[in-house]
Design a protein around this ligand. Structure first.
Ligand code: NDP
Length: 502
């Protein structure tokens, strides 16, 4: 009814008299600069876009909850994990990594799998992927790696040479490359893929004892992937297919869910494990550290406004709660800096005040003040310094992470066992994949690597050969390369310090 209609106002609350006709001198114009509504409207429109994320630009999200299903209090004091049956509101965002905001959901790419837990002790973020490992394990390599997965500086095109040049000179990437070029590199939807915390994290309990953990979010919709032909078709048919699928499934009330598992390692086991447990290019074998189910994540509510709830959502692996902390994983340590810094650039220094990023079950009391877009009362007239004798918030030493030993020579230290880099990729190829998976893997690789120049094909084929002789030989044959030459290069490839010279 007309009476229920709200007045259309300017951004400052003044009622707008007409939004169809600009103010002009006579019916033909010119425009009058005193049409302040027009000036405000055009000015705001010009600023509608914020910088897109430099990685994970294209994404979709939904709200839901995490429910605890097992007692983990002997490992962690985190309150949101303290009781079987306890539920915590979550926001999950799924994404591709390398493409721009308008790119197709069906691209071959890892998928981001980020979850924000709105806990009573503050927000806890898991910024994972749909793969348990990563291409590199030192953050110093990250900007270069991402450059090679984006556009060539001269042609502004995706470039197979730079894509494979970097990877073949970075042999520790072989495990992730093998997963990416399996059909899991093109998941059918965001609902049909697993999520992994990828890094090793620390859990500590009330007694100050700590453990190392890895998270696995196992899809309850079942794993489903596109073949490369299906993915190619979908990119043209519906570039937003996974965004659409998630939105519509949640709207239909299907409540997509993931079983949450953890692997737990003691400090003693970490010292003795045959792989470096903090190397993000490696998994912990399930037979060595069996995953245990601890909870369930259910998504049951779409965002009302995509920009407010998903585009402005800012996840950071540095957002811990008491009971959870970092491991020495170098990539994780680099991300502890990079995410917060990226959000300050993209959303401004007060991005944590935006409704989607504000804690929902915990208060915020500190001495941060001012800055661009200081929303709310900015602390009112309460003290803006610490210590003070005017009743300002006090730190609480009871939440401190237990002390831990660090030692070693300060230097630009490489990983000590780079020759392990090929084994787990080989195991995936030999032990986990079916014959059909292996056929698809080799076809997916040759279809892409075949576009790079020959010397790069040779060097990369040698890396595959190093993981598994049959794997490398099949890639070489698919590319019409000399298998003997590939084997010779493989013998010279010895992990992340050495570079085959093709
Ligand atoms: P298992 O042999 O016990 O299980 C195989 C795992 O591999 C399952 O978790 C399965 O996921 C997953 N998987 C199957 N196909 C692919 C694929 N194309 N890409 C990525 N993952 C896939 O594992 P192990 O612990 O003995 O490790 C063997 C190899 O399995 C590892 O080298 C690693 O490559 C891979 N893997 C291991 C994981 C771990 O945390 N240990 C996690 C994921 C992969 P699902 O059960 O959902 O089908």
């Amino acid at each position: 009814m007309a009476d229920d209609k709200k007045n259309y106002t300017t951004g400052f609350g003044a009622t707008v008299d007409d939004d169809q006709n600009s103010k002009t001198a006579g019916s033909t114009g010119p425009l009058l600069i005193q049409d302040t509504h027009l000036l405000e409207k055009l000015g705001h429109f010009n600023r509608e876009r914020i910088p897109e994320r430099v990685v994970h630009a294209k994404g979709a999200g939904a709200y839901g909850y995490f429910e605890v299903t097992a007692d983990v209090t002997r490992y962690t004091r985190a309150k949101f994990l303290s009781e079987i049956g306890k539920r915590t509101e979550v926001l999950a965002r799924f994404s591709t990594v390398g493409g721009e905001k308008g790119s197709a959901d069906a691209e071959r790419d890892p998928r981001g799998f980020a979850v924000k837990f709105y806990t009573e002790e503050g927000n806890y973020d898991m910024t994972g992927n749909n793969t348990p490992v990563f291409f590199i394990r030192d953050p110093l390599k990250f900007p270069d790696f991402i450059h090679t997965q984006k556009r060539h500086p001269g042609t502004n095109l995706k470039d197979p040479d730079m894509f494979w040049d970097f990877l073949s000179l970075t042999p520790e990437s072989i495990h992730q490359v093998t997963i990416l070029f399996s059909d899991r590199g093109t998941p059918r939807t965001f609902r049909n893929m697993n999520g992994y915390g990828s890094h090793t994290f620390k859990w500590y309990n009330e007694n100050g004892e700590y453990y190392w953990v890895k998270y696995h979010f196992k899809t309850e919709q079942g794993i489903q992937n596109f073949t490369r032909d299906e993915a190619t078709v979908m990119k043209g048919q519906d570039p937003d297919h996974a965004t659409r699928d998630l939105y519509e499934a949640v709207k239909r009330g299907e409540n997509p869910s993931w079983r949450v598992e953890v692997q737990v390692m003691t400090q003693g086991q970490a010292r003795e494990y045959r792989f470096n447990p903090f190397d993000v290019t490696k998994v912990w074998f399930h037979s060595d550290f069996p995953p245990v189910t601890i909870g369930k994540m259910v998504l049951n509510r779409n965002a009302k406004n995509y920009f407010a709830d998903v585009e402005q959502a800012a996840f950071s692996p540095a957002n811990f709660v008491p009971g959870i902390g970092a491991s020495p994983d170098k990539m994780l340590q680099g991300r502890l800096f990079a995410y917060h810094d990226a959000h300050i650039h993209r959303l401004g220094p007060n991005y944590h005040l935006l409704p989607v990023n504000r804690p929902r079950a915990a208060g915020v009391n500190n001495y941060q003040r001012d800055g661009l877009m200081a929303l709310g009362d900015n602390g009112g007239d309460s003290p803006n310094y610490y210590p003070n004798s005017f009743g300002g918030p006090e730190p609480s030493s009871g939440v401190a992470e237990p002390p831990f030993e660090v030692s070693g020579q300060a230097a630009r230290n490489p990983y000590v066992h780079p020759n392990d880099d090929f084994f787990q990729a080989g195991e995936l190829y030999r032990r986990v994949m079916t014959a059909e998976d292996r056929d698809h893997l080799v076809g997916n690789i040759t279809g892409h690597l075949g576009n790079a120049r020959k010397r790069i094909q040779l060097r990369q084929a040698a890396v595959f050969y190093k993981a598994d002789a049959e794997y490398g030989s099949r890639v070489a044959e698919g590319l019409a390369l000399d298998v003997k030459e590939v084997k010779r290069l493989a013998d010279m490839t010895t992990g992340d310090r050495a570079k085959a010279t093709a």
